[in-house]
Design a protein around this ligand. Sequence first.
Ligand SMILES: Cc1cc2nc3c(=O)[nH]c(=O)nc-3n(C[C@H](O)[C@H](O)[C@H](O)COP(=O)(O)OP(=O)(O)OC[C@H]3O[C@@H](n4cnc5c(N)ncnc54)[C@H](O)[C@@H]3O)c2cc1C
Length: 385
Amino acid sequence: MHVFTPAQTAVRDKAAAATRELSKIIIDIDRQTGHSKEWWDGLHILENAGLLRLYIPTEKGGESADILSLVLAQEEVAKVDGGYSNIVSHEACAYAIFTNCQDEALRERAIKSMAEGSLTCIAITEPETGTDLAQMQTKAVPDGDGWIISGHKRVASLAGAAGMYLVFAMTDPSQGTRGISAFVVDAGTPGLSVGEVDDLMGFRQLPPADVFFDNVRVSRSQLLGEEGGAFKLFAQALNLGRLGGGTQALGIAQGAYEHALAYAKKRHTFGKPLIQHQAIQFSLAEMATQIEASRALIYQVARWMDATNDITSRETATRCAMVKMQASDMAMKVTIDAVQIFGAYGNYRENHVERLMRDAKVTQLVDGPNELMKMRIGHALIREA
Ligand SMILES: Cc1cc2nc3c(=O)[nH]c(=O)nc-3n(C[C@H](O)[C@H](O)[C@H](O)COP(=O)(O)OP(=O)(O)OC[C@H]3O[C@@H](n4cnc5c(N)ncnc54)[C@H](O)[C@@H]3O)c2cc1C
């Protein structure tokens, strides 16, 4: 149904092979919390397959993959685990932000270390600041040729495992979101510390922690983009992130559907396989159709972004918000229905669908909750009127 270039097919096949490896150990990984040995084993499977440097150009040590390839890789990984799939997207978002680094030496160093497998933590959210970023309390106060950063970040995925932190802080609180600037801070910088890793329901393989900035000094070269220009960086990262969030939902739904279909063919009730009962057939038919509808939307938006080289426009932002909202709501329904087909055994870890259902719920929250997607789409409709 979908036609891919040889390069896109190669990325998808590589991701599928890595995902088969991951599927053998995912239940053990999922039982742990944080950056356990098992978690690193899973991460190294993705890293060895090149999936954490897809978006980085070949000449910088990456894979020069296009956006559709990135989508195909995430879809494959998410069939087994949403959190690991998000890491594939997360690193692409971090790369997009790093390209705004004005200091040539720092940009090259950051991209080289990413290509070599170093992870990045993006620290935006705070205890009192989630969707409403104008309330950000972390401050960067001028100090000589640089700034002093003080504040407390929450829900910072990969904090504690990352080599670099992309920190968003207010440089001019009177300007609201237009007063937010972004900085690169190396792990181990004096004043930067990380709290205990949080224990989660879903996306357990994307462990977050609090990050504390206690008078962390940064130089001018550590500023990303313009002072007060972080909002432009959000656009790049959020659009890729939301396309990614939708794609993770797609893969999660596909994974749950495949488990449910296989089970419905082998489990017998009332003298015949479950799939011969019309109610079960209808449930699977709805799943297959809704998944395919999401896939068509996601591939279309990814192809459009590749063709236009546009990851920042309002049009792209609206499409990516639609993708994230539509696919995550679809995945929530599909995974609930998949658990239902397993009956009591849907509640057992060994059957995988309960983990995928937990992950599906998080796709409705990650990269901006779906209410925020509706606000973005609603604002676009007002502009059209
Ligand atoms: C898996 C995952 C990974 C994450 N990783 C990171 C990360 O790496 N770095 C980082 O900085 N942050 C990260 N986050 C945090 C994420 O960006 C925030 O959760 C998000 O910004 C929402 O903030 P909040 O959860 O505090 O919700 P709040 O802003 O407190 O909102 C609570 C609820 O109310 C709804 N709501 C709020 N305002 C309105 C309104 N005006 N109208 C209608 N509904 C509204 C929201 O949609 C939400 O459902 C991650 C989150 C998840 C789930």
